[in-house]
Design a protein. Sequence first.
Length: 136
Amino acid sequence: MTNQELIALAIKAKQNSYSPYSGYKVGAALLCKNGKVYLGTNVENCGYSPSNCAERSAIFSAISNGEREFEKLAIVGSSNDIAYPCGICRQVIVELLPNADIICAKDENTFKVCNIAELLPNAFTPADTDTVKPRQ
C-alpha cells in the first residue's frame, strides 16, 4: 500500500471524529505487516483526560485484534498543516510500533515520513526499567 493510499484512509477515518470541544479532527490509518489496516479517530470527552487520540485508537484496535507487527502509521489532522502525534501517542508508538514508518500528513500530497526516534529522541522504553517486560 502506498503512503498516499494510507493517508486517504486516514482522511476517511477523520470524518468519524468526535471532537466537539477542540474542533480538531484527526484520523489515523495503521498498516500491519500482514496487509490489514486499522483506522482510528480522536474521541473527546468533556473531562478531557478520558479523551483518546486517533493514533492510539488505531493502535489499540489493532492490538485488541491480535496484531503485533506493523509497517506504517498515517496521521492527518484538520488544520492547514502537517499533523504530528502528541507526546502521549509518541510514547505509545515507541513501545508498540518501534520500527514502523510514521507518516505525518496534511493530505495525500503533503506529508513527511518519520521514524519514532526522530519524533521522540532519548525515549523511555521497556529496556529502561527492570519491572516492565518488552512486548512479545
